[in-house]
Design a protein around this ligand. Structure first.
Ligand code: ADP
Length: 554
């Protein structure tokens, strides 16, 4: 190698190094082409440059960059070319062989079979050779490679000059650098795109989370029913009110969640297009709960959003109030009318009445006045229990003896047909409680057993059991339906009108009894099968056991 050649090689090397640095600086694939072209312009005179990429997937060659006579051209004017495997067409030949080409006789080359185009500075494409001689005289074609596969072609053309092999070598070197820079820029761009997508996804997720947090923080239940009728959102308050978790509800049909949804939804007005929503308060069964819910519904793009508030407590209070007024007015009216009627008769027809009739009337007045007193007493006691102002004393009570004496004391007031047995097991022990309150409970249970227990016998058993004294009041009447066995302990609750309305009552007896027993540390429950009588069970803590438990240690 002579000195000139050596010097040239050194210059080329220097140039390529500079090129690598310069090309590597930009991260926009498009700008890399511009720089490549600038670098090329400094070392190889030319009138046109074309950078194409080849996609193995669809076998098409597409133009990525085009420049002609001082103008950058819009690449869309170049139709994608199908690779010609036989090597027809200059680009195809380079892609198939993977070797650079140099022509100083373009006019002759385009006579050979294949597809050839010429593009002028306005970007006008003409097919060669049909449309006349080509504008170019010389051309260099260099393959762009990635991991030894050809992924594109760079074409450099001159209208007047001829190209040398040294120039081809130089262009080859530059293309190499450019390909690396483009690849790098594309990777970076893809990376940035991924990062941006990830950041956007994170932002959306954060926004959703924020919205979910807000929804969770609101006290009202909120859920979304999509256009297919599937529940898509169920906030924390909805879970608290209904006892159903979002994990159970979301993805389910709304009719699974609210079994009576069709009837419910027909009564909830849906606010459209920003109009003010009107609420509807409805009884709703959700899962296993029966609730009073106040609903508001608003249409959204994804379906209908429902907000609801639990008004069961308020509703119950209202029901209680109206029950209270209904019961009291009904229960008071009968004895008051009787007292008033008797008193009037005694006043106005005193002379016509026999002493026996007068006595009967006065007895009636006494009984009805007592009944009035009982009702007032029950209402007063209920109020005290509700307010927590009732003090229940605790003493050791011999429940066996108390039961016997209570039944004996009640006998004269019971219907003559009522048969009541008392059985007290041995070693019952004493219970801890207030004697008069236990008696009150017994009176109420016995009274009910006689009132509702039909014709059959009532038996009362007192027995010891596992640290408690147990009293069982057993009747053989119609019993209590399972669904009502808890409700009969609610305030004012009276079941089956045909059974109960005939009998006077406030529906407070069992409520008071259970509250009293609980205040003595015990419990009151019922066991019953319809048609097979009812057994009310009172359990009170044993006085000796309690004393033992709570005795200070010596
Ligand atoms: P009241 O007797 O004033 O109605 P209670 O609270 O004592 O109120 O009883 C509530 C309801 O429970 C009664 O109305 C009755 O329907 C039902 N009940 C109570 N005891 C019995 C029983 N032994 N057998 C059947 N039903 C009963």
């Amino acid at each position: 190698m002579n000195e000139r050649e050596l010097e040239r090689k050194a210059r080329v090397a220097q140039l390529l190094l500079d090129a690598a640095r310069s090309l590597g600086e930009t991260l926009e694939p498009d700008r890399v082409y511009d720089r490549f072209h600038d670098l090329l312009a400094d070392v190889v005179p030319h009138d046109g440059v074309l950078v194409s990429s080849y996609d193995e997937g669809d076998g098409l060659i597409r133009c990525d960059y085009a420049w002609s006579d001082g103008n950058r051209l819009d690449t869309s004017v170049f139709p994608p070319l199908r690779l010609n495997r036989e090597g027809g067409g200059m680009q195809s030949r380079v892609i198939v062989n993977g070797e650079p080409l140099l022509f100083n006789d373009v006019a002759e080359v385009v006579q050979q079979p294949g597809t050839y185009y010429d593009v002028d500075r306005e970007g006008k494409v003409r097919k060669l050779p049909e449309s006349g001689p080509p504008g170019s005289r010389a051309a260099m074609m260099v393959p762009v490679k990635h991991e030894s596969r050809v992924v594109g072609v760079v074409q450099v053309m001159s209208n007047s000059a001829e190209y040398s092999h040294e120039q081809l070598e130089l262009v080859d070197g530059l293309v190499h650098q450019m390909a690396a820079a483009v690849r790098n820029a594309r990777l970076q761009k893809e990376q940035r795109r991924l990062e941006a997508a990830e950041a956007a996804a994170r932002a959306v997720a954060a926004e959703r989370e924020q919205a979910a947090n807000v929804l969770d923080a609101v006290g009202d239940g909120i859920f979304l029913v999509d256009l297919e009728g599937i529940v898509r959102l169920w906030n924390r308050a909805a879970t608290l009110v209904t006892g159903l978790g979002a994990d159970v509800v979301c993805g389910e049909s709304v009719t699974e969640v609210f079994p009576e949804w069709e009837a419910l939804v027909a009564r909830i007005p849906v606010a459209e297009h920003g109009a003010a929503a009107r609420g509807a308060t409805l009884p709703a069964r959700v899962g296993t709960r029966d609730l009073w819910l106040s609903f508001v519904a608003v249409r959204s793009a994804d379906g209908i959003v429902y907000a609801f508030r639990d008004l069961t407590g308020e509703r119950r209070l209202e029901e209680e109030k109206s029950d209270f007024i209904a019961t009291i007015s009904h229960e008071l009216r009968t004895p008051m009318a009787a007292v008033y009627g008797a008193a009037q008769t005694l006043l106005s027809r005193d002379s016509e009445l026999t002493p026996v009739q007068k006595r009967e009337m006065l007895e009636m007045v006494t009984t009805q006045a007592a009944r009035l007193g009982q009702i007032t007493e029950a209402v007063l006691l209920t109020t005290q229990l509700d307010r927590g102002t009732l003090a229940v004393e605790r003493e050791a009570v011999d429940v066996g003896e108390l039961t016997r004496s209570t039944v004996e004391a009640m006998r004269p007031q019971l219907p003559p047909s009522a048969e009541v047995d008392v059985e007290v097991a041995p070693e019952v022990g004493t219970a801890s409680g207030a004697r008069d309150r236990i008696q009150q409970v017994l009176v109420n249970l016995l009274d009910n057993a006689v009132k509702y227990g039909g014709e059959g016998r009532v038996s009362i058993r007192v027995e010891p059991a596992n640290g408690v004294v147990r009293i069982l009041v057993v009747d053989s009447g119609p019993g209590i339906p399972f669904a009502e066995q808890q409700r009969i302990f609610e305030k004012f609750y009276r079941s089956g009108p045909e059974l109960t309305r005939a009998q006077g009552g406030t529906g407070l007896g069992l409520y008071i009894s259970r509250e009293l027993v609980q205040r003595m540390g015990g419990r009151l429950d019922v066991r019953s099968a319809p048609g097979a009588g009812a057994t009310f069970v009172v359990e009170l803590p044993r006085a000796d056991v309690e004393a033992h438990l709570f005795a200070p240690r010596a």
